[in-house]
Design a binder for this molecule. Sequence first.
Ligand code: AQP
Length: 344
Amino acid sequence: MPSFPPRVFSGVQPTGNLHLGNYLGAIKKFVALQATHECIYCVVDMHAITVPLPPADLRANIREVTAAFIAAGIDPKKHIVFNQSQVAEHAELAWVFNCVARMGWLNRMTQFKDKAGKNSENVSVGLFAYPALMAADILVYRATHVPVGEDQKQHLELSRDIAQKFNNDFADSIAACGHGEAFFPLPEPLIQGPATRVMSLRDGSKKMSKSDASDYSRLNLSDDRDTIAQKIRKAKTDAEPLPSELAGLAGRPEADNLVGIFAALAGESKAEVLNRFGGQNFSGFKAALVDVAVDALDPIGAEMKQLLKDSGHLEAILNDGAARAREIAAPVMTAVKDILGFVR
Ligand code: AQP
């Protein structure tokens, strides 16, 4: 496989209730990667319509995710922040990938099974085809690195399979069109750290999620100090004190989750957190967790509120980002058409 210039791409769905899991699993890493990589961050609104969403909510959510990106520290001038539907090449390449990906591959996607549940005959075709669109999002920029939470690992593997199959199926044409041995890189997931899968505050076996009916299951980026404090105080725990060693977290999903959240927010390892709090009961630990959570989230929430007062400014950021994203995506899509044999 030839080497491709490093480029980061990732996205967040504008489906409302942006939460601590989205922040620690994705957005915080987006911010850090800006120092070392060229980054493209996308509000993936076309993914958001795979489930029913009222247009007014979608519009508000797109602004909310944009505001969260900027408030968390993404620089839209140095890097690219844009909205997926404003760059038509995502949809164009997704169709090509629908014809590259195999039904059997998509049938194995656990997120589809979770989201469709018993209702799989009635969910949208888009929900099923979601991972092919996600592959197009990444590969239309020939991105090499994708920071995501643990839940997206399987979709990333599928993106690599699609890229590999395209490179294999069209190898002769790729070479004949002057693109060498491979047209698409195999994108690498970036999933590290203590909070790659933040769990619900109400149930340590369930992922913290935007769609959980209970607002107490998550810390939203828009929560104020009092709400953050109240949700942490009410978070489910067990009756034992915190262990001093990592092994003591086994079989204690709620304790493990809160320690992981503390570690990620404080920039420590879970072992360091246990070193400090091992043997203590949850009330002292939760009070310290409130402090680190408020320190990390409150400035972001406050800045989001400010930014959301000026939707014109947020839209200008998205328009500028879309124009710059298109400059990268359009020649990639033109090359894909030539490789496929489309007549332009
Ligand atoms: N609980 C989580 N822990 C760590 N990372 C998470 N992410 C989501 N939940 C967690 C990461 O956040 C990024 C954006 O996610 P998304 O909005 O595109 O979609 P999602 O994974 O479907 O998010 P939700 O919050 O769970 O939404 P619903 O309830 O609609 O399913 C991704 O990198 C994701 O890994």
